[in-house]
Design a protein around this ligand. Structure first.
Ligand SMILES: *Cc1c(COP(=O)(O)O)cnc(C)c1O
Length: 438
């Protein structure tokens, strides 16, 4: 027998169990991170219950006195972090930020270019047939940017040819979206911007994964390299709450603003905007050190995995220059099964398509790869030597096939020393502490 009070307690207990689990596991999902206690505090505020449609100072609703000050501060700090002339912090996620870009810079029926999903592209860049946002929601015709499988990067010469061919066929790409969800190396914006502009296209850059690295002066600087517009998520390498944003130039401000509101948001998650503002202040103070440690950690983890027999891709160029690496796991099974097995040992990674998987008959449930990211473990204070320990845990599970409960116990023991959030002003509350305020 259950009643609503039981259901209520049940849900709360699940939340608490989740927190306990994350105190004991190794979080290696490349799109995730852990925000500071101050950001978590912002998320619990009354901002999350309010509306502020429109631009600060020109709102449709009353009651925005403090909300406007916070949002203006958010815009100001983000402009500083990314050296951007114009910033819109209202898109509520990276997906919505991409829709803002599509709406501002293209019309349904236009052609857009981006990486395919097996090559690292995101579902927001997907074709209509695949249900991707660009095709199915905004009606864009998606053509693929060619990927060099060995270099794990866009093939500049082939991309130029493809852009020019599409233009000659009367389908010039109105938008070329750089950026990806598997994004180990900086994309060739500089090399392609001129070609894109010459056929009347806009240079877009999806920084969802790498925004925190860009803010920390690592990886690349899309606005300086020729990007007209940059979309981002605020919670991947950038360590804010889940939210989005768009960076651009003053000359595009009006059309981006209109695409966001009234186009894409009504309420824009004001508690998250507050959290993003705090995260930006933390980034301004600690971002350089944090981003440089991320890249060192990623290289160290990739190297340690490689030395233990794992086929980490792009070994000839140091595996990665970002937070993420991709491993061809076919020697040991399929990505789906390996993801499940590692989770039982409290190591959280995700399965991932390799660029050539579809051609070889593999699919997303059981792909040939796994993707690992080090943003969250870096935020927990781990350095290169801990990356070697993590590689060893992964080897014990996948190669040595040690009993999972044994590895799980050792993982929990290892994690005891990393319970605080680093690269922030105040961390007296533990990273995954369950906070009760009822
Ligand atoms: C994660 C991701 C997004 C979507 O971001 P959300 O904030 O989850 O909506 C968009 N583009 C790329 C490349 C991503 O990896």
């Amino acid at each position: 027998m259950s009643n609503s009070r039981d259901e209520y307690n049940y849900v709360l207990s699940l939340l608490e169990q989740h927190h306990k689990w994350f105190q004991e596991n190794i979080p290696l999902i490349a799109s995730e991170n852990i925000p500071s206690p101050a950001v978590r505090e912002a998320l619990t505020t009354d901002f999350g219950n309010r509306y502020a449609e429109g631009w600060p100072g020109e709102r449709v609703y009353a009651g925005c006195r403090f909300i406007d000050q916070v949002e203006n501060k958010c815009i100001e700090l983000m402009k500083r972090l990314f050296k951007a002339e114009f910033v819109d912090v209202r898109p509520i996620s990276g997906v919505v930020a991409n829709l803002v870009v599509y709406t501002a810079f293209t019309e349904p029926g236009d052609t857009m270019m981006a990486l395919s999903i097996p090559c690292g592209g995101h579902i927001t860049m997907g074709k209509k047939e695949l249900g991707g946002t660009a095709g199915a929601v905004h009606g864009l015709i998606v053509e693929y940017l060619p990927l060099d499988y060995k270099e794990l990067n866009i093939d500049v010469d082939k991309a130029k040819q493809r852009i020019e061919k599409l233009a000659a066929e009367g389908k010039p790409p109105k938008l070329v979206m750089f950026g990806a969800s598997v994004f180990p190396f900086p994309h060739p914006i500089k090399e392609l911007a001129e070609t894109i502009r010459s056929i009347g296209g806009t240079v877009g850059y999806d920084a969802a994964h790498v925004a925190g690295l860009i803010a920390g002066g690592q990886f690349q600087d899309p606005l300086r390299e020729g990007a007209d517009v940059v979309s981002l998520s605020t919670h991947k390498t950038l360590f804010g709450p889940q939210h989005g944003g768009v960076l651009s130039w003053e000359k595009y401000a009006e059309k981006i603003k209109r695409a966001t509101f009234p186009g894409m948001v009504s309420n824009h998650h004001l508690h998250a905007v507050a959290g993003v503002t705090i995260a930006c202040a933390e980034m301004l103070e600690f971002g350089r050190e944090y981003a440089s440690q991320i890249v060192k950690n990623a290289k160290a983890l990739a190297q340690a995995l490689y030395e233990r027999g794992f086929n980490v891709l792009a070994e000839h160029k140091g595996f990665t220059e970002s937070h993420v690496m991709i491993v061809d796991i076919t020697k040991y099974g399929d990505g789906g099964t390996i993801e499940e097995t590692l989770e039982k040992a409290n190591i959280i990674i995700n399965r991932n398509l390799l660029p050539w998987d579809i051609k070889e008959g593999r699919h997303f449930q059981h792909p040939g790869g796994i993707r690992l990211g080090v943003s969250e473990v870096t935020r927990l204070g781990m350095k290169e030597s801990e990356m070697v320990e993590i590689a060893e845990f992964i080897k014990r599970v996948i190669i040595d096939k040690e009993p999972l409960e044994k590895v799980r116990a050792d993982v929990a023991e290892f994690r005891k020393d990393y319970q605080k959030v680093h690269y922030c002003f105040e961390n007296s509350t533990e990273a995954y502490k369950y906070i009760k305020i009822r």
